[in-house]
Design a protein around this ligand. Structure first.
Ligand code: NAD
Ligand code: MG
Length: 330
């Protein structure tokens, strides 16, 4: 049984009197900075000078903002895109780390794949919210919290876990629950989930089923509502009560058709491919590919993103969503 920490297991005192430097004011950065500040923690935001948008937003939110050259803090949270972290770390963070400081991540990639190698005299921890930044902020404001994973890679101070839990409490995560994991487990499962299920798998499933209907002569508008819009309603049922809860809610015909046909889409071959993808993640092959892709200026990434942007479902989708403007959120 996984170790799960709640509010009463975490104490903000482990961050009291400490300055927390949030590097980056994007999706996670802005949420962590605001939530920690509201929790009474001393926060400073560090940003590159060229990013005027982030800079102005942080200022407007009442944050103390400094340049990357001026990074300071007992806790330094790396909340910038994973692929730029090693460079920023080497140039601006490494030389600022003092004995007993804590370096914190929201994803284990750079530590697990040795792209950042911190000195032995600091704590290295992770608090990885299981939700996008805007939700981390919105839930906190509503008195709730997005669950998170916590991990300790290096425990120099002897209280690395308590400090990381204090951070998790400060952003609201312990209100729901914080599961203990390792950098390895978080990194590998996170990559697997986004590739196979959450982002990659779902996107291909939607596009392919849309194409089949449209190519067979059905109206794209009808196809859109059927394979994309309704997916949200189904996922909500699964999210709230599990897969069986969804089966209970749908019609008997949907139950029978779904249970007999779903297995023809996701076959033993699909499972075989999932295992191959997992192996590429575990061996570091995927990490190497993605790091090289970045070094080369992202040719494949840019091309694929452009293809996604131009898929016919985007065009009909944009029109259909105009009918339901109240769906819009961050
Ligand atoms: P993001 O893309 O929103 O970060 C944007 C911020 O990074 C901006 O403030 C920008 O000024 C700064 N930035 C961009 N390029 C920079 C550079 N070259 N040098 C310095 N600063 C730069 O990042 P994010 O999505 O919040 O991700 C931050 C971390 O959180 C990552 O490790 C990510 O894996 C993790 N994470 C993200 C999410 C999410 O929902 N986005 C969820 C869980 C974990
Ligand atoms: Mg992920």
């Amino acid at each position: 049984m996984a170790k799960i920490y709640r509010d009463s297991d975490a104490d903000l005192k482990f961050l009291r009197g400490k300055e927390v430097c949030i590097v980056g004011y994007g999706s996670q950065g802005h949420a962590h900075a605001l939530n920690l500040k509201d929790s009474g923690i001393d926060v400073v935001v560090a940003l590159p000078e060229w990013d005027k948008t982030s800079w102005e937003m942080a200022k407007k939110d009442g944050m103390k903002v400094v340049k990357l050259e001026e990074i300071e803090g007992d806790v330094i949270a790396m909340l910038i895109p994973d692929m730029v972290q090693p460079d920023v770390y080497n140039r601006y963070v490494k030389n600022k780390l003092k004995e007993g400081n804590m370096l914190l991540f929201a994803h284990g990639f750079n530590i697990h794949f040795n792209q950042i190698v911190p000195p032995s005299y600091v704590d290295v921890t992770m608090v990885a919210p299981k939700g996008p930044g805007p939700l981390v902020r919105r839930m906190f404001v509503e008195g709730k919290g997005v669950p998170a994973l916590v991990a300790v890679q290096q425990n120099y101070s002897g209280e690395a876990l308590q400090r990381a839990l204090a951070y998790a409490k400060g952003i609201g995560a312990t209100r729901t629950g914080v599961i203990e994991t390792t950098f390895k487990e978080e990194t590998e499962t996170d990559l697997f989930g986004e590739q196979v299920d959450l982002c990659g798998g779902v996107a291909e499933m939607i596009k392919m089923s849309f194409e089949v209907l449209v190519e067979a002569g059905y109206q794209p508008e009808v196809a859109y509502f059927e394979v994309l819009h309704e997916l949200k309603l189904i996922v909500d049922l699964i999210y709230e009560g599990g897969i069986y809860n969804m089966w209970k809610a749908v019609s008997e015909t949907a139950k029978y058709g779904g249970m007999t046909r779903g297995k023809r889409i996701f076959t033993e071959n699909t499972k075989h491919e999932m295992r191959k993808i997992l192996k590429e993640i575990q061996s570091g092959e995927f990490a190497k590919e993605w790091i090289l892709e970045n070094m080369a200026g992202r040719p494949v990434y840019n091309k694929l993103l452009e293809i996604e942007r131009n898929h016919p479902i985007e065009k009909v989708g944009a029109e259909m969503r105009k009918l339901i403007p109240w769906l819009k959120r961050e």
